[in-house]
Ligand binder design. Structure first.
Ligand code: ZN
Length: 148
């Protein structure tokens, strides 16, 4: 059942990783949606009498590798493939739109940073007693005389 991974699989895998790392939120959602939708579509595929749902390899090749009496399953294999394909398309559009809206909501609230804020400065830049600012090389407060 399991095939060895060849060059086409590696290219697809590379593209998926590239989309997830470099892609926008919409592209990331689409990529995940393709797999999720295809998985759901595949799970919902029609079944045939006696043997039930067709295996993944048969569905993916649309029954092209069926021989002899098994060729009667070819229309079901094509139908199952369409389920997978439609699921992938719906998943891509739905999750792509969802991811895009999530990303937009997340990027909207950006708190402006205040560079002059006293929180960002070290504690001993200000006098502990009167709060007046200390110059860097001074040991005593110029206002109240408190030691640094
Ligand atoms: Zn002081």
């Amino acid at each position: 059942m399991l095939r060895s991974i060849g060059l086409p699989e590696l290219i697809v895998l590379g593209l998926v990783v590239w989309f997830l790392v470099k892609g926008s939120n919409f592209v990331r959602g689409c990529t995940l949606g393709v797999f999720l939708g295809a998985f759901i579509g595949f799970a919902m595929r029609p079944s045939v009498p006696i043997i039930g749902q067709l295996p993944f390899g048969v569905v993916l090749t649309r029954g092209a590798n069926l021989t002899g009496v098994d060729t009667v399953f070819r229309p079901t294999a094509e139908q199952s493939f369409n389920y997978l394909l439609i699921g992938a398309i719906i998943g891509a559009v739905a999750l792509g739109a969802l991811w895009k809206s999530l990303g937009e909501n997340k990027s909207v609230p950006s708190i402006p940073s205040s560079p002059g804020s006293p929180v960002a400065l070290p504690v001993n830049r200000f006098c502990t007693k009167c709060g007046s600012p200390f110059p860097p090389d001074v040991q005593f407060c110029g206002i109240c005389g408190t030691r640094r």
